[in-house]
Design a protein around this ligand. Structure first.
Ligand code: GAR
Length: 192
């Protein structure tokens, strides 16, 4: 199974995938890692691991449609079986979803459909829920919507800040993402 991973920042989930591939735990090929802006640590980590990288900088395009077309072309060039949005903080167009229909996987730091969007951890804390978690799902053209593949709960502690909670969620999220990719690689018939 060939995957392309899209990132916007740190890429710690991506690093868990790279580590699992390198240790032989995860039988996938990371064909490339792409970002929506220059200078992400996610791309830096990938280059250090010898993985091809690309950047389709949102700021280089006159509008969202042209950026989406360029992103679609850049990802398609690697012929991925699955595209993973791993902390990729931009909404892609229906055209991108069409190109990778049923093959675009997203990971989100909340128990969807609760707390979608770019601030899932903050929003869960602000609401005052006592349990949140993470979700791995097939992404459609909405904001963190689409069929759910796997979820795991994380308790919120009274003293939690956004940072401490997000870090605990990410520990679970990394494991869930690797396990889901492994399941897909071994038996590619997960619901979509
Ligand atoms: C992850 O927690 C991911 O779920 C979240 O960004 C973080 C990226 O961390 N994505 C979203 O909130 C998407 N709505 P990382 O760059 O360290 O992997």
């Amino acid at each position: 199974m060939r995957i392309v991973v899209l990132v916007s920042g740190t890429g710690s989930n991506l690093q868990a995938v790279i580590d699992a591939v390198q240790s032989g735990e995860l039988p996938v090929e990371i064909a490339a890692v792409g970002a929506d802006r220059p200078g992400t640590y996610g791309v830096e980590r990938s280059a250090a691991a010898g993985i091809p990288t690309f950047e389709v900088d949102f700021k280089d395009y006159p509008d969202r449609a042209e950026w989406n077309a360029a992103l679609t072309e850049a990802v398609a060039a690697y012929s991925p079986d699955v595209v993973v949005s791993s902390g990729f903080m931009r909404i892609v167009s229906p055209a991108f979803i069409d190109a990778f229909r049923g093959r675009y996987l997203n990971t989100h730091p909340a128990l969807l459909p609760a707390f979608p969007g770019a601030h899932g951890v903050h929003d869960a804390l602000a609401y005052g829920v006592k349990v949140t978690g993470c979700t791995v799902h097939w992404a459609d053209a909405g904001v963190d919507t689409g069929p759910i593949i796997a979820q795991e709960a994380v308790d919120i502690e009274p003293e939690d800040t956004e940072d401490t909670l997000h870090e605990r969620i990410k520990v679970v999220e990394r494991r869930l993402l690797v396990a889901t990719l492994r399941q897909l690689a071994l038996a590619p018939a997960l619901p979509n």
